[in-house]
Design a protein around this ligand. Structure first.
Ligand code: PMP
Length: 408
């Protein structure tokens, strides 16, 4: 890997004053050597690292940048709101406007409330489901990520068994295992939580099977429990109306964040009328949850996503990328799997248990100026262009040649 002297120096400084130098999902030590930790500039679909290297980016900040970094329309809406007010003793009118827009956009939503992070939203959904039912058990798919609170964080450090005592696990897309989990919950079932699609790290992605989505809806109805969809990662990239809307399955509660504000910090819970009273009864809040600037940004984001039909654009470009990579891999005889929706690509290699091929592929692409991820789903944005896909395919072509030559 190439040297990143300024990045290395920053990492050394960080190591002294930040535990481990970095925490969580953005710790670059999760990535192959050669990936930068620090960035200095971001614009459209491009990033610049601390050493001045430019990348065409396919991570979008792990999701938020659905219109691209620094979208001028969103930034202008945020600037105009900031000039009036951001934090005050209560929210601004824009909160009502944003809630009205979400209710108008999302057929399953009769109301919305706002927070900062995806974890706030998934946690509030779980609390609302329990408050509504007056019961405790929440069904969660094995291996699914729903945030970093003690009830759901993937590493057990610092949590207690009691934090997860009322979770019951099922297998995503497996109706029989969902039924078994419902049976295990008995008369204590409060909610069924499911990701918009199966996007667990390091394994092939799966769209929700229609029979699974329908079974989840029917089981929740039969037991007067809440069906909760975690839209934090997929939201607004599959379907602006909600990711399960094409399946004709409407959740009682949905958790949103990431793409909602195109990078401005905001999360939302939306829900059906049946959940309104429970949502009113719980106490959730935060010093910054009413901040008006991200709400103005979210409103501008939703309006632009609609206007430019961003979902269709991301799908089309995602498919171009997917088909291009498949053709390159076939020509070289490299076995790989591209799973899930094309606008949230994941590329995993056959016979690659420790991601040796994936790491070589992504590091080589990085050296050719394209930032991919070896085992986490990636993200298209409305800022990506056909030219960008052509540039990306140049890099993936080189990267696949490296895999074919080095790890045949
Ligand atoms: N749910 C899903 C599906 C996510 O992808 C994430 C974030 N990666 C979260 C919840 C948690 O969101 P946040 O990191 O904003 O708390």
């Amino acid at each position: 890997p190439r040297g990143l002297p300024l990045d290395t120096a920053l990492r050394e400084r960080a190591f002294k004053v930040v535990p481990g130098g970095m925490w969580g999902h953005m710790n670059a030590r999760n990535l192959p050597a050669g990936y930068p930790q620090f960035f200095t500039e971001a614009s459209g679909a491009r990033l610049r690292d601390a050493d001045g290297n430019e990348y065409l980016d396919f991570m979008c900040g792990y999701g938020p940048m659905i219109l691209g970094y620094g979208d001028p329309e969103v930034d202008e809406a945020a600037r105009a709101q900031r000039a009036r007010m951001d934090i005050a003793n209560g929210p601004a009118e824009v909160m009502v406007e944003l809630a009205e827009t979400m209710v108008a956009t999302i057929p399953a939503a009769d109301w919305a409330m706002f927070a900062k992070n995806g974890t706030d939203a998934t946690t509030a959904c779980v609390m609302i489901a329990r408050a509504h039912a007056g019961r405790r058990k929440i069904l969660v798919a094995k291996g699914a990520y729903h945030g970093a609170a003690p009830w759901c964080t993937p590493w057990p450090g610092g949590t207690t068994a009691e934090d997860r005592a009322h979770l019951i696990h099922y297998r995503y897309n497996d109706v029989a295992s969902l039924e078994a989990a419902v049976a295990e919950a008995g008369d204590d079932l409060a909610g069924i939580l499911a990701s918009a699609f199966r996007h667990d790290a390091r394994i092939d992605q799966e769209m929700p099977a229609p029979e699974f989505a329908c079974a989840a809806r029917a089981l929740a109805d039969r037991h007067d429990a809440a069906l909760i969809i975690d839209e934090v990662r997929a939201g607004f990239r599959i379907d602006l109306r909600g990711s399960w809307e094409p399946l004709g399955v409407r959740p009682d509660l949905s958790a949103w964040s990431k793409a909602l504000g195109n990078g401005y910090p905001i999360a939302a819970v939306t829900g059906a009328d049946t959940m309104r009273e429970a949502a009113r009864k719980i106490f959730v809040t935060g010093s910054f949850w009413c901040s008006a600037v991200p709400m103005a940004a979210a409103l501008a984001t939703l309006r632009k996503l609609h206007r430019i039909d961003a979902v269709a654009h991301m799908k089309r470009l995602g498919l171009m990328l997917r088909e291009g990579i498949q053709a390159q891999a076939d020509a070289l005889g490299v076995g790989l799997r591209q799973s899930g929706p094309a606008q949230l690509p994941l590329i995993l290699f056959d016979d690659d248990p420790v991601f040796e091929k994936g790491n070589l592929f992504t590091v080589t692409a990085l050296q050719h100026g394209v930032y991919l991820h070896p085992w986490h789903d990636m993200f298209l944005s409305a800022a990506h262009t056909e030219d960008d896909i052509a540039i990306a395919l140049e890099a993936t072509g080189r990267a696949l040649e490296a895999v074919a030559q080095t790890l045949p």
